[in-house]
Design a protein around this ligand. Structure first.
Ligand SMILES: [Zn+2]
Length: 200
């Protein structure tokens, strides 16, 4: 079930990413019609990128600096044209929904280890919360917890405890808060609630 959910989310991500890239192509096409020089610059930059790779592979470092200079001149010309036309550099990049993972759902840390991006984690959490009827978290949370509905009278005979129900619920609440705060800790144990059906 969890895998199915992840797979369908990843399909959504793939679709979003492709859409963002197609949109960019459309934006570029319109812009290049208006300012053909930008299209020429892009072709020249692509050509130089291939040339640079070839030179590196052939260990031909002599002409590399010359190539870098040419690339810089072109990049500056492109930046100038964009500025004159009030276009930001971002306009020529895909508008990804998540700027961290570029809508792939995964990121690489400094050790080249791939981990799930926070956006994908959040989506999985949201769906799980909705499925477990926990979507009212804005109202049903610790901040709205009202301990005053519990009696502050100690009644050992009635409650089978030498503390009042209010102190008891306070301790339970503290345990729950501690549990939530340590949720990521692998040594933290689970919580088990027992009682008659309908108890809250
Ligand atoms: Zn992300």
């Amino acid at each position: 079930m969890a895998n199915e959910l992840l797979n369908s989310l990843l399909k959504e991500y793939e679709h979003k990413k492709m859409q963002a890239e197609l949109d960019l192509e459309k934006r570029k096409e319109l812009l290049y019609k208006k300012i053909p020089r930008l299209s020429e610059i892009e072709s020249e930059l692509n050509h130089f990128a291939i040339q640079t790779t070839k030179n590196i592979l052939n260990n031909n470092s002599n002409s590399l600096n010359e190539l870098y200079d040419k690339v810089n001149i072109l990049k500056n010309e492109k930046a100038k044209i964009l500025k004159e036309n009030n276009i930001t550099e971002d306009y020529l990049k895909p508008f990804y929904e998540c700027k961290i993972c570029n809508d792939t759902g995964y990121i690489q840390d400094n050790n080249y280890k791939t981990t799930m991006c926070s956006c994908l984690k959040q989506k999985l959490l949201d769906i799980s919360f909705n499925k477990s009827n926990m979507s009212n978290l804005d109202k049903e949370n610790f901040e709205h917890f009202n301990e005053n509905i519990f009696s502050d009278k100690i009644d050992i005979e009635k409650y089978k405890s030498n503390i009042s129900p209010r102190d008891n619920i306070r301790q339970i609440k503290d345990k729950c808060v501690e549990f939530v705060n340590n949720f990521d800790n692998p040594n933290e144990h689970n919580l088990l609630f027992v009682g008659n059906t309908g108890l809250r």
